[in-house]
Design a protein around this ligand. Structure first.
Ligand code: UDP
Length: 309
């Protein structure tokens, strides 16, 4: 297939480009590099790979045939979307509209990278795809949550009105190689702090939970969805739910760090719990997590160690 990956120089996008190339597809990668990085794709030497620096919120011109569009462009870390609120809203709304328009024109299939953030600060746990969420539209996280909610609505409208063959993946917390050390998310921040012996900054009392999925498992789930014919949203994430305090303690143990835990204020609207119900992914995609949290964290820690050498 000839596949367009928006946000292809980002954390998840670049791993997806790697997998698509390994599977023998041709990849057109588009990114405006406001949070993505050329370092994430500089290892790709394949002639089947092309990179275009472009903001997908603006009109997209692609010559030739396209079989699939994978819309992964968006700031995705809380500190990034708080720093870039308007770009976040634009890429979720205008970028989704532009890429859907391109899919319609090219008669290409389409996959939207949505997020567990569409469930907001959930009032039910775990979150099944039927749960409609609990989002404050004008809170600081609303720019990301509402952009993804709008994007899902737009995808379903193009599917229903224009018959575009669409998929929606709701990605839960993912971690692994190529996360930015300074992107503010818990895993890279704690690893960085632990490796340098700095205080580990747990927000609030650390009782809030997340379920962390290693990047190779996430990408495999996404690829299975790409190859399926499922138009309804599918959760992809780990069912192993841990508190942020436990995560900090686990990273201290795995890095054999002497760092101490300090407690900083909890950000506004920080979800108290998060765990996917992945019954649908298991049944319809035969997908489940293979890499344990300890193994995934070990590989991620090794990668960050080598980075600092
Ligand atoms: N967190 C923390 N210390 C940090 C960074 C994050 O305690 O230095 C917490 C954050 O408040 C949230 C959880 O870790 O409760 C996961 O945050 P992250 O930014 O990784 O992802 P989110 O799931 O909130 O998008």
């Amino acid at each position: 297939m000839r596949v367009l990956v928006t946000g292809g120089a980002g954390f998840i996008g670049s791993h997806l480009c790697d997998l698509l190339l390994r599977k023998g597809h041709r990849v057109i990668c588009m990114d405006n590099l406001i949070t993505g990085s050329m370092a994430n794709i500089s290892h790709i030497k394949s002639e089947e790979f092309q990179f275009y620096k472009h903001d997908v919120s603006e009109y997209i011109e692609v010559e030739d045939r396209l079989d699939y569009i994978l819309h992964f462009a968006s700031p995705a870390s809380p500190i990034d979307y708080l720093r870039l609120p308007i770009q976040t809203l634009k890429v979720g709304a205008l970028g989704t509209h532009k890429t859907l328009g391109l899919a319609k024109k090219k008669r290409a299939s389409y996959l939207l990278a949505s997020s567990s953030e569409i469930y907001g600060d959930p009032l039910v746990n775990p979150q099944h795809e039927d749960y409609c969420g609990n989002v404050d539209p004008i809170g600081p996280r609303g720019v990301y949550d509402e952009a993804k909610r709008f994007a899902e609505a737009m995808v379903m409208a193009y599917h229903r009105v224009h018959g575009v063959d669409t998929r929606i993946v709701r990605i839960f917390n993912t971690y692994g190689e190529r996360m930015k050390i300074d992107d503010g998310r818990a895993v890279p921040t704690f690893i960085y702090q632990a490796l340098l012996g700095k205080p580990i900054t747990v927000f609030g009392d650390g009782s809030q939970t997340r379920s962390l999925c290693y990047i190779t498992d996430t990408i495999e789930g996404i690829y299975k969805l790409i190859c399926s014919n499922i138009n309804d949203p599918i959760n992809i994430g780990s069912e192993e739910e841990i508190t942020i305090l436990e995560l900090a303690e686990r990273i201290i143990k795995l890095t054999r760090s002497k760092s101490k835990i300090v407690h900083n204020p909890l950000p506004v609207d920080d979800p108290k719990v998060r765990r996917p119900d992945i019954t649908k992914a298991k049944r319809l995609l035969q997908w489940e997590v293979k890499v344990s949290l300890d193994d995934g964290l070990r590989m991620t820690i090794d990668w960050f160690k080598n980075l600092s050498k």
